[in-house]
Design a binder for this molecule. Sequence first.
Ligand code: GLY
Length: 583
Amino acid sequence: MRFAIKTLALSVSLLSSSGLMAAGQAADAFSPEAAGAIEQKKLVEAHNFMVAAANPKAVEAGYAVLKNGGSAMDAYVAVQAVLGLVEPQSSGIGGGAFAVYYDAAKQKVTTFDARETAPLEATPELFQHEDGTTYKFYDAVIGGRSVGTPGTVALMQKLHNVHGKLPWNSLFEPAIKLATDGFAVSPRLAGAISQTHESLAKFPETAEYFLDKSGQPLAEGTLLKNPKYANTLKHIASTGAEGFYHGQIAEDIVNTVRSISDNPGVLSLADFQTYKVKERPATCLPYEAFDICGMGPPSSGALTVGQILGITQHFDLASMGPESAQAWQIIGDASRLAFADRGRYMADTDFVPMPEGLLDKSYLATRAQLITPGKALSSVAAGEPRWQKAVVQADDQSIEFPSTSHISIVDAEGNALSITTTIENGFGSRVMSNGFLLNNELTDFSFASYSEGYPIANRLEPGKRPRSSMAPTIVLKDDKPYMVVGSPGGSRIIGYVSKALIAHLEWGMDMQSAISMPNMLNRFGIYDIEKGTSAESLAPELESMGFDVSVKDLNSGLQGIVIENGKLYGGADPRREGIVMGD
Ligand code: GLY
């Protein structure tokens, strides 16, 4: 069997549009060409620096910054400002993000948490009706109620303060120019508007921006200008994050969110005035010759990816290979075990205690012993990791839908930055202010606070950060960055990132092939297999092992860079519009 994707979105010509990129070898054993029906993205090689993100215009802005001697931090600011314009449905200054950073001078990896916070006026019952029943998901999402305090502008400023080399205001120029002159609506943005236009139409600023004069979704290729966003960026460029969190922009957001008649929110100026990016130690799993480092709580990303790989490393995946149903059974069951712990234990540890032993070698060995090769687990429950202080908690009940965007950057000094950035749902809360969309991140909390009398770790509390699945990752080898990777996709992020790591570290695929290979993942029991790919042929065997299988679109948006033998090798997900550029 050749294991390959058969459908995709973007042509190779986009990837090789700059002579500054070196196109490396195409995907080999897993090449879509093997399936005969797809244009594949090619591995990009460079020597000095590299940037990968979800939209060519954003990558071009980051590339120009790096080419001008800017740092990874500088490049992020430029990429994020453009992404918020050209891929507004996924991330932007109305949302939040997590950054994993390797500081080449200090030879140290650290993380920055710019997750949105629950408003100080929010109560744990924000998504509960008076009779205690919980809101339907989209009734909670659409409107002001779901909007948390945005963290992205504070992150841009924080990262620039840590290691910005170019002037802050210069980093906004590409986005301001594009917003002023206009950009062509991309196929992906046009498709997203079309799918979401009914809810976009509910809010005047949103409707005016994303729909045409007759109320129809903007078509692909439409020249779209955003003078309000240009003005907002000009203000941030001249006043810094201070100008976002204090003053007119914050006041406008608060007023907009609170004045939505049928679903108002409770965000206040105090939330903006007290918002802080938190630097936290990276969460790392020792893995063979590597350390897989990522974002700890309030994200479940690094812990859950870490548990999956910490369990699967007890099996010989390398010799089973990627076309083995048994390998995927082991990965799927490891993932189910990890998701059981995630649901029970993982949340914002500034608010709830969490076991300390979730990545203990001995604990993961006992979890691995539950797996029988060739036979799916008949039941899965949270384990009993080491606690400093035990508490009884109920399993989580939050719902998560795919969204979000990932950026991987390595600069000429060897600093590496892995950032996953989001406004949560596609188009977030659908509410716009000052030319950008506001997040619906609060719906990443469990809507219920208790289950059968026991508290749920990821329950909503004022000031708390909702649990995330975002898994920006930096793999270290000999304490130096070796791999920079991440993906959007809601709770499927964890499966996408695990797949890319296993494909490269165990199966020796280059970064592009590891990203392109079909997605297969299991979170809560059902085995999701990517539609239109040769992985569908594994379905019968997985079913015979005891899994329920669902064949569906699995739109990861992996962007990754491998650093090896003094060179950079980058890959961008063929399922989305991203590219890689390097020099
Ligand atoms: N809202 C997506 C995530 O944080 O996982």
